[in-house]
Design a protein around this ligand. Structure first.
Ligand SMILES: C[S@@+](CC[C@H](N)C(=O)[O-])C[C@H]1O[C@@H](n2cnc3c(N)ncnc32)[C@H](O)[C@@H]1O
Length: 397
């Protein structure tokens, strides 16, 4: 399954999943310098971990004037609840690949939404709830634990949906829903490397508690892929930089940096192997446990090149509709705010066309902080010039 990237970046990027044209549009890292500068702190969101807020019963959140409650937020609040600032929602809303795929999946399937009860898990600014209303939903319940929901309530009212959308402030795991069951769950839960943030746990919780048998989940499928990349220039900039900082040996930081996967754009031309699936999630049936996964993989060189690391990206799809749609975060597809996730390796490999890297990947939430991911990648290769048998440990945080 692959996705075309239109030349015109401003047009809709929603693709029928049957479409197989690949446009090797090259996302230029150099065009995104401003974004690069914030890598590391720019993880899409560290979800609210504010003890104070977490301990408030869902219906016991202090009733402040909506506007001032958001306007009064301090940097401390943002630190604990990065979803409370409009900026992160601006980035997500402006990601047209993301937002327009949800929009078309919902609006083009009003036969499914008409007169249905819908649950929006992590409603944010309320965009998906409003799409569901436009598609004819009878009532939408949107839940979000972030302060952004105060703004969402005003937005929903301004757009004339106040009688059909109920927004509830609190953790999905803690709130009481005014209805026993819902017909459809909509949610945008995907994090970097698909699973970073662990928000899929929350969707699984909502599904098991409230979704009717044979109910629909938008989206209902997600896959994670791995490929080999030639990326010497950027590896020198991000990793080897620490070998010599103004003449000083900073290599202790290099040892840490190489173990941290980097979220950034990879140019299509850097991909030098085929892409292989390492995780396939059916959101209708998956369990929380299945999100700690292990997978063997085999990457085949497409040409003679060097390999500096591996790149991971994901795809997700809405398949419970007559004409399934989805999107890809592949380097070969159009830019999304998820970019790609890069795993640099200590060794640079000579990878000759047709040669294979055999590997194994294991991923599980970090024991101390279950929002972080511990990822182990083992690599074996017996090539014309490179022979390796190594294990690399990474922590995505
Ligand atoms: C990726 S944003 C999506 C926002 C919106 N649905 C959209 O598509 O623009 C996810 C939202 O889920 C909320 N969220 C994450 N975990 C949650 C939980 N356990 N309970 C309630 N809200 C949660 C966050 O505060 C955030 O606003």
């Amino acid at each position: 399954m692959s996705y075309e990237c239109d030349e015109d970046e401003s047009s809709s990027k929603t693709k029928n999943i049957d479409e197989v044209t690949q446009n090797e549009k090259q996302n230029k890292r150099c065009c995104n310098d401003s974004e690069d500068a914030s890598i590391g702190q720019n993880k899409r969101a560290h979800r609210a971990e504010n003890e104070e807020q977490d301990s408030l019963p869902a219906h016991n959140v202090p009733e402040k004037d909506n506007l001032s409650s958001c306007a009064d937020i301090t940097s401390k609040d943002y630190y604990f609840d990065s979803y409370s600032h409009y900026g992160i929602h601006e980035e997500m809303l402006k990601d047209r690949v993301r937002t327009e795929t949800y929009q078309s999946a919902i609006l083009n399937n009003s036969q499914l939404f008409k007169d249905k009860i819908v649950l929006d898990v992590g409603a944010g600014t309320g965009i998906l709830s409003m799409f569901a209303c436009q598609a004819g939903a009878k009532h939408v319940y949107g839940i979000d634990m972030s302060n952004i929901i105060d703004q969402a309530k005003i937005i929903v009212e301004k757009n004339g949906f106040a009688d059909r959308i109920t927004l509830i402030k609190g953790k999905v795991e803690e709130i009481e829903l005014p209805v026993e069951k819902v017909d459809i769950i909509i949610s945008e839960w995907m994090g970097y490397f698909l699973l970073y943030e662990s928000m899929l746990d929350t969707v699984i919780f909502a599904r098991d508690k409230w979704l009717i048998p044979n109910g629909a989940i938008f989206p209902d499928k997600a896959q994670l892929y791995l490929a080999a990349m030639e990326d010497g220039h950027y590896k020198r900039d991000r990793i080897d930089f620490w070998n010599n900082v103004y003449g000083f040996d900073y290599s202790p930081i290099r040892d840490i940096a190489i173990r941290e996967p980097i979220v950034d754009i990879v140019e299509a031309r850097s991909i030098c192997s085929d892409s292989v699936p390492i995780l396939d999630i059916d959101i209708l049936t998956c369990t929380k446990e299945s999100l700690s996964f292990k997978s063997h993989f085999c990457l085949t060189a497409l040409r003679n090149d060097y390999v500096h690391g591996l790149v991971a990206y994901f795809e997700c799809a809405f398949t419970q509709i007559p004409k399934p749609v989805g999107f890809s975060t592949s380097p070969l597809a159009c830019y999304t705010h998820w970019k790609q996730t890069l795993f640099y390796m200590e060794d640079t490999l000579n990878f000759m066309r047709g040669e294979q890297i055999l590997g194994h990947i294991a991923c599980k939430p970090n024991e101390k902080n279950n929002r972080d991911l511990d990822i182990t990648i083992s690599i074996k290769m017996n090539g014309m010039y490179s022979n390796v048998n190594k294990v690399y440990e990474y922590n995505l945080r």
